[in-house]
Design a protein around this ligand. Structure first.
Ligand SMILES: [Zn+2]
Length: 256
């Protein structure tokens, strides 16, 4: 009897034992999840800034092509990856694409907004008829002067999606002064690079910058259609120096 009673007692103790173990494991898991959230929040409140780098073009969209066959989509990704390496020790860096695939412009902006980025830098390498040009350009967003031309009007009356696009372009307008200041910081640093002949700043209604909820610029790293530029955009030491200049521009802007 006694032995049977003991077994009964042992059996009846098993359930609370399992329950306690279960509670212990779940509470430990809960604590670890809370701690990891806290770490994430701390890293943001510790002032680690997020920089989104956007390599222009990709996939079927090659962008410009150099006389030796270099494609803008390849050069922009290559440079973006070098720039990311320079920025990473100090900043959280997000690339809008990390391979050869197409990414919609609105998707690029959404990625930056989702990450609550402190800055958006789009990389391009131009081309077209301006093969003789050898300068770098930094662009920031400016509202189109002829927003109410026929094309825009058609876009508005087409439906909700297009109404949204108009609101979308107002988002970056709120950062016009900050983006202009960022462009100025970039120009100052890039112009100090002896390999870069000239740096110009321009404002334009560029769709890649629409919808970005943070200071945003496009850096045109020269014109790929210029043979000299094409060589430079394949030269890792030149690109690393240029990336260091951009990193300094980021540092200066964020610590003003
Ligand atoms: Zn481009």
């Amino acid at each position: 009897m006694q032995a049977i009673d003991m077994m009964k007692i042992e059996r009846s103790n098993k359930k609370p034992g399992i329950l306690i173990l279960f509670l212990l494991v779940t509470s430990m898991l809960t604590i670890s999840v809370i701690l990891s959230y806290a770490e994430e929040r701390d890293s943001k409140s510790d002032g680690i800034r997020t920089i989104v780098i956007d390599p222009g073009h990709g996939g079927y969209d090659n962008g410009a092509q150099g006389p030796d066959g270099s494609l803008e989509k390849e050069r922009t990704l290559y440079f973006a990856q070098i720039l990311a390496k320079e920025l990473k020790p100090k900043y959280e860096v997000v690339l809008t694409r990390n391979g050869d695939y197409q990414v919609a412009l609105t998707r690029r902006a959404s990625v930056a907004n989702y990450h609550r980025a402190d800055m958006f830098i789009s990389i391009h390498a131009g081309g077209g008829s301006r093969y003789q040009m050898d300068n770098w350009s930094v662009f920031y967003y400016k509202k189109a002067e002829h927003r109410n031309d026929g094309k825009e009007l058609r876009a508005v009356i087409r439906g909700n999606g297009d109404d949204l696009r108009l609101n979308w372009d107002h988002i970056q307008l709120r950062y016009q002064k900050k983006s202009q200041a960022l462009a100025g910081c970039m120009k100052a640093q890039l112009a100090g690079n002896p390999e870069i002949r000239e740096v110009t700043i321009s404002a334009a209604a560029l769709r890649v910058l629409e919808g970005l909820d943070m200071p945003a610029i496009i850096i045109e790293t020269g014109y790929l259609t210029n043979p000299k530029t094409e060589k430079r955009l394949n030269d890792i030491s030149f690109l690393t120096d240029a990336a260091k200049s951009i990193k300094k521009g980021v540092d200066v802007y964020l610590t003003r």
